[in-house]
Structures are given as structure tokens and as C-alpha cells.
Ligand binder design. Structure first.
Ligand SMILES: CC(C)(COP(=O)(O)OP(=O)(O)OC[C@H]1O[C@@H](n2cnc3c(N)ncnc32)[C@H](O)[C@@H]1OP(=O)(O)O)[C@@H](O)C(=O)NCCC(=O)NCCSC(=O)C[C@H](O)C(=O)O
Ligand SMILES: [Mg+2]
Length: 287
């Protein structure tokens, strides 16, 4: 887990030069340049060339940049990883991760290619990934692997599990709950999946709020119109910030020195709440 805000994480197909140029100007926290599902099989080589050209020419930016490669098991994965390594992104996102060995292999290839500064991210989007989530997180959180973020792949998970109908989102979050729990246990960030109906602003906002309540650190996005809502929902609210400041101030008061529990506005507040308040203020300062 880092203090980096990852409220709004926008996918951009590597083949879409116009969108790539635009992405650098947008208010999203992170951009994922995609070589995988948004690129047709016959355009994979062209996408790789476009990726390298983009990184060579893009103006320097403070925005976190991630490259999603094709799985190493495909015919494109190794060449994608080599191209990604040459771009020196902040992270490489591996799709369809199902075992810890896939993380070890990708880490070794990146290190060998001189990209040991890039961290790993992993898509969780198949039933086997959920089954193996503990091992994926345990190995991934080691300092020699540096798995920083899990990303829910809700389209692939729906395809694999044939989720459909009015309760599909509810069932989806039940499927994803083990990933959220293990991400928290191993201090790895976790991002919610995409909302395909990008014209449905209310539905998107509702899904963001639900994801935040369930413990996701941010939302993956497919369209610029989704950025502002995600930034707002995944930022600490003004009310939460004021409450956190009041807790910190109360514990700083000389009358409360050495006390483990105090009363604040009619509520019991313990030192664990102080830690939570401090963490929230750090997060608020980072966005
Ligand atoms: C979904 C889209 C194909 C829609 O594209 P389009 O019809 O061109 O949208 P608009 O005309 O409304 O675009 C308005 C302007 O915004 C720019 N734009 C659009 N999308 C992006 C973007 N993602 N990043 C940056 N800029 C973007 C357009 O260029 C227009 O600009 P301008 O003309 O200057 O006003 C398209 O949005 C799109 O391709 N989105 C990303 C799709 C993608 O990457 N999919 C893969 C990731 S999803 C996934 O695979 C998740 C996971 O694996 C799973 O299993 O769930
Ligand atoms: Mg997917």
C-alpha cells in the first residue's frame, strides 16, 4: 500500500494516438496504456510500436503511468514486456494472473530488461485468480516482487462466470470480496472494475460509491467523462477531514495526554481512531 492516490485510473488503447495525447492532460490519477483487450489481435505489433513512440515523445508528467501487456502465456506477452520495460513506466499491469509464478516470471523478465524500477500490478479476472488469491498476494507483497496494486477485471470475470441479470453487480462484488480482503491483509491497493455504460452518469456514480464502501481504493475507467466522479467519491469528504482534525486535536490536548480513550461530541474515541484519522489526513493531503 502506498500513499499514491489511485482514485481514477483511466485505460487508453495504445493504438489511439489522439486519446493517448489527451490522457496526459486529464485529471485522472493514473493512466493505463493498454496493449491487451482494447487492441485487436492483428494490431498487436502496431500497438507495441505506438506505445514505444508515445513514451519517447510524450512530455514529462507527474501522472502515474502503467502499461498493460498481454499475458506472458500468449504469443505477444514477451515482446510486450520487453517493449514496456524500454518505456520505464511506473508499473506493468499483468492481465489474467492466476498464480504467483506468473508474478515471479514477469519480475525476472523486467529486472533482466533493466526495468527493476517498475512495480507490478495484477488483473484479478478469473475464478482461478480468486482461488489462488492468498498466494498471489503473499508472494506479490515481497520486496523482491513489488506487487503494488490489484485490478478487478469485471468484464472477464463476468465472461468466465456467466454473470448476468439484475443481480450481476451484487454477485460480482461477492466474487471479488476475497481479493479485497487479501489486498488489505497484504497492504496492496485494489481497484474496482470498469463501468461500460459511460453515458450513464448516475449508475456510474452509484457503483463508485458502492465500491468505495466495500474497500476499493479507486475505480478503473474507460472514458474521460468518468474521471471527476471517481475523484470525488474516492477522496475523503470535507466532513470526514473535519472529523479527523477534531480527533487529532483532541488527543493533542494536554488534558488527554496519556489517555487511551476519550469522549468527543458524545462518542467514544480510542487511539485506533486517532490512527485512522491520521491516515485519512495523509490521504487527503495527497489528492
Ligand atoms: C469507449 C470508447 C471506444 C468510446 O470512444 P469515443 O466514441 O471516441 O468517445 P467520445 O467520442 O465520447 O470521446 C470524447 C473525447 O474523449 C477522448 N477519449 C475517449 N476515450 C478516451 C480514453 N479512454 N482516454 C483518453 N481520451 C479518451 C476522445 O478521443 C475524444 O476526444 P476529443 O475528440 O479530443 O474530444 C473509448 O472511450 C475507449 O476506447 N475507451 C477505452 C477502452 C479500453 O481501453 N478498454 C480496455 C480496458 S477495459 C478492460 O479490459 C477491463 C478488464 O480487463 C475487464 O476484463 O473488465
Ligand atoms: Mg480483462
Amino acid at each position: 500500500m502506498t500513499n499514491k492516490p489511485r482514485r481514477s485510473v483511466l485505460y487508453v488503447p495504445a493504438t489511439n494516438a489522439k486519446a493517448l495525447a489527451k490522457a496526459g492532460t486529464l485529471a485522472c490519477d493514473t493512466v493505463i496504456v493498454d496493449l491487451e483487450d482494447s487492441v485487436a489481435p492483428e494490431a498487436k505489433a502496431e500497438a507495441r510500436d505506438a506505445l514505444v513512440a508515445h513514451f519517447a515523445n510524450a512530455p514529462a508528467s507527474q501522472k502515474e503511468t502503467v502499461i498493460r501487456v498481454n499475458a506472458l502465456e500468449t504469443g505477444w506477452g514477451a515482446a510486450d514486456l520487453a517493449a514496456a520495460a524500454s518505456c520505464h513506466p511506473d508499473a506493468v499491469l499483468l492481465p489474467k494472473v492466476e498464480t504467483a509464478d506468473q508474478l515471479r516470471s514477469a519480475r525476472a523478465m523486467l529486472d533482466e530488461a533493466g526495468a527493476s524500477d517498475a512495480s507490478l500490478w495484477a488483473m484479478i479476472e478469473t475464478p482461478l485468480a480468486i482461488v489462488n488469491i492468498k498466494e498471489i498476494c503473499a508472494v506479490g507483497s515481497r520486496s523482491d516482487i513489488r506487487l503494488q496494486c490489484l485490478v478487478a477485471g469485471t468484464n472477464d470475470l463476468a465472461k468466465e462466470t456467466v454473470l448476468a441479470g439484475s443481480r450481476a453487480r451484487l454477485t460480482m462484488v461477492e466474487w471479488l470480496a476475497p481479493a479485497v480482503i487479501h489486498a488489505k491483509a497484504f497492504l496492496i491497493d485494489i481497484l474496482d472494475g470498469v463501468y461500460n455504460d459511460f453515458r450513464d452518469v448516475d449508475g456510474f456514480a452509484a457503483e463508485c460509491r458502492e465500491g468505495a464502501e466495500r474497500g476499493f481504493d479507486g475505480k478503473t475507467l474507460i472514458h474521460p467523462s468518468q474521471i471527476d466522479v471517481a475523484n470525488e467519491v474516492f477522496s475523503p469528504s470535507q466532513k470526514a477531514i473535519e472529523n479527523a482534525r477534531a480527533i487529532v486535536a483532541a488527543f493533542d490536548h494536554p488534558d488527554n495526554a496519556g489517555r487511551g480513550v476519550i469522549s468527543l461530541e458524545g462518542k467514544m474515541v480510542e487511539r485506533l481512531h486517532l490512527e485512522m484519522a491520521q491516515r485519512l489526513l495523509v490521504k487527503a493531503a495527497s489528492v
